[in-house]
Write a protein that binds this ligand. Structure first.
Ligand code: TMP
Length: 222
């Protein structure tokens, strides 16, 4: 008598990243559409969010305009959302062999709470380790755009800015510089130019996925 107690099957964990206004959410939606067309089983989620706790945190830190949230509590709230996201969404989906496609993950916390809010990066990393249990994405796709272009896209979207977007262009500049520094220093991060029509950016995103994960996204996987 024997039983299998662990599964060796694991899907890919892919994260789209970038400062507000780079077009990440549009690219995530286009990618999900492409994966559906290719029959690739996947889970799409955004952060903060993705779980009931995460959505409550999202409402608190993005929706409550009159609430003062200093940087440390903001970090801790985001880490609470991250911990729930990892245990309730990411790990079960990967264990099922599904692709996880996330709109933001830990790189956002380093860029926004570290570089943007000025919290020590080592402290942010310590918190992330607790929240994620050390789980890292297989690939971060970091979309980059000059701040002026990001601001113009945000303005033309007609969507009311959230609490963090209201920090203005100085904050957005710090975040973008942080992302670019992380793009140089962190492993598993590929930077793509987010300028141009969404379809052209999407082509570059798909080419990158085919290059990095040919067995999942290449034509031979069809
Ligand atoms: P978005 O879903 O429209 O990108 O908005 C999420 C906002 O939350 C965005 O301004 C970035 C911010 N954020 C952080 O500050 N830290 C984080 O770790 C994450 C995931 C998001």
């Amino acid at each position: 008598m024997w039983s299998i107690t662990t599964s060796l099957v694991s899907g890919e964990f892919i994260v789209l990243e970038g400062a507000d206004g780079v077009g990440k959410t549009t690219q995530t939606a286009l990618l999900s559409w492409w994966m559906n067309a290719r029959g690739i089983e996947h889970v799409v989620a955004r952060e903060p969010g993705g779980t009931p706790l995460g959505e409550a945190v999202r409402e608190l830190i993005l929706g409550k305009m009159d609430l003062q949230i200093p940087p440390e509590p903001e970090l801790l709230l985001i880490l609470a959302s991250r911990a729930a996201f990892v245990s309730e969404v990411v790990k079960p989906a990967l264990a099922d062999g599904k692709v996880v496609l996330a709109d933001r993950f830990a790189l956002s916390t380093l860029a926004y709470q570290g570089y943007g809010r000025g919290l020590p990066l080592d402290d942010v990393r310590d918190g992330l380790r607790i929240a994620t249990g050390g789980l890292e994405p297989d690939l971060y796709i970091l979309l980059d755009l000059p701040v002026e272009e990001s601001l113009a896209r945000q303005a033309s979207s007609g969507i009311q800015p959230d609490r963090i977007e209201r920090e203005g262009d100085g904050f957005l500049r710090l975040v973008r510089q942080g992302y670019l520094a992380l793009g140089d220093s962190e492993s598993g991060v590929r930077v793509l130019n987010g300028s141009g029509p969404p379809e052209a950016v999407q082509d570059k995103v798909r080419e990158l996925l085919i290059e990095v994960f040919p067995e999942t996204f290449g034509d031979s996987a069809l």
